[in-house]
Structures are given as C-alpha cells and as structure tokens.
Design a protein around this ligand. Sequence first.
Ligand SMILES: NC(=[NH2+])NCCC[C@H](N)C(=O)O
Length: 224
Amino acid sequence: ADTIRFASSATYPPFESLDADNQIVGFDIDLAKALCKQMQANCTFTNQAFDSLIAALKFKKYDAVISGMDITPERSKQVSFTQPYYANSAIVVAQKGKFNSLVDLKGKKVGMENGTTHQKYMQDKHPDINTVSYDSYQNAILELKNGRVDGVFGDTAVVNEWLKNDPNLAPVGEHITDAQYFGAGLGIAVRPDNQALLAKLNAALDAIKADGTYKTINDKWFPQ
Ligand SMILES: NC(=[NH2+])NCCC[C@H](N)C(=O)O
C-alpha cells in the first residue's frame, strides 16, 4: 500500500493537538485516518510549526498538509487544495467585559499564530490594530491570560474550545467569514504536481461523506 505522509501543526484543538502520550489527535487526524482507510493507504503524521508547513510540503518532506488550513486564493498559488472538508469562520476572544467590537481594539494588541489567515486578515483589514505573532496558538492564549495582549484571533471552533476552558474569556464582535480569508472552508493541501493524490483524496472525501463516516467524526469532535 502507498504511504501518505501528513504534516500538521498540533497546537489547535479540536482540529489537532498532542495528547498526554504525545500522540497527534483531533478532528483532522481522525478525518485523515478515515481517508487513508478508504484509500487503503498507510498514513503517518508529523507535527511541525504552522508557518513552515507549505514550505515543507513543497520541499517534499510530506505528501499532504491537514492543519485546519483555510483554502485561500493566495495559498492556492503554491499548493492544490481538496474540496472543503469543514466550513470555517473566525472570531476574536478577549477578557470578558473589556471590548464589545473590533472598533474597541483600535491601538490594542491582538495575538495569533504566525502564517495564519487571521494574521493576514488583521493586517489587511484592521491596520489600526497591532498584530502580535506567536509560534503557536498556545503561546498566544498564554499571553492573553497574562495580559500581554488584549485579544487573540482564531477559528471559531478553536475559540469555542478556549472559551470552554476559561470562563474569564468572551468573544468580541461578530464571526468573520470574509471568503478571501476564511469563507472557502478548510482543505487538505498537496503539491500541485501530485494530482493523482488530490483526486484520490477528493474521491475518498466523497465516499466518507456518503457512508456516514464523516458525520461520525464530526459529531465526535464538534458535539452539538
Ligand atoms: N493547526 C493550526 N495551528 N492551524 C492554524 C490554522 C489557522 C487558519 N485556519 C489558517 O488557515 O491560517
């Protein structure tokens, strides 16, 4: 059987994180495993910093990236994405009661992981907010708790996880779905010259959506 080497930045529960035994777990990982089963392929998973995932893919260190990655026009110049496997949106989180909307964050510091659509969106659309980039979302959240940044900007499903774990945090303003940055959904990235793998992944996604496997995985990680 083929071996497909997946890379992921395991800093982003419920999409991917390291468990107590240092194993990569999460929605993306269960999804990739189901796709591999469907394709009758062996899969490996490696944890790597988010901002170097695309470069490592291009360098052929891995065959595919699954990492809560938004399908964007800019990234699509470098990689080929599968059909979307999750509909995404983004939101800012801050200490409860401090800010009502993004307007209130003018001149304040908002943290995020380097290389993300959140970083790009803030810099492009809200240049009056100071973006502070971290090597991981875990560190961004720590700095919010320490009071060294005023907010953190991330994907809604991940922000919901932080909110669950810390009653002192609250969302700021509306969900952001700007298609240029977040609205196209999450995709699995492969090298553009690997159309064979892309076709297999898309067919496997169709199959696991049709047979209920996708729903089972979705309900496990995103309980209603
Ligand atoms: N595994 C991670 N740390 N993922 C961060 C993803 C953030 C955002 N959805 C993006 O595509 O840029």
